[in-house]
Design a protein around this ligand. Sequence first.
Ligand SMILES: [Zn+2]
Length: 127
Amino acid sequence: MRCPNCGVGAVFSGPLDMHDRCPNCTYRYEREHGYFLGAMVINFIVASGLMFASAIAAYLLTRDRTVTVVVPVVVTIIAVPGLLRHSRTLWMAIDLAAEPPRDDEFRPTEVGKDLGPEAETSRPVSG
Ligand SMILES: [Zn+2]
């Protein structure tokens, strides 16, 4: 998954670990405290739909109550960690489209914190 601002820098540094800023353009991914609540809502909606659809499919295929309960739970447990990355990048893209980044979201304000070698090169400030 790539930075929603420049499309170049990686968003994730590990399976579930995020960079604080884009390694390419220094855009700060978490724009404010509690920023990823919207991603949690997206994840909840998608996981609920997946759980509901797998319950319907399990019921129609087996007509067994136990299978109808167990299959959606297993499907959801397996799918939700994989959905986390997608829901976060989707949320960042939606938010960025609704509210374009400000100049202060590119400047490295926390010295030595996950800025990488690009921390030394600052983005030109307009004005
Ligand atoms: Zn970027």
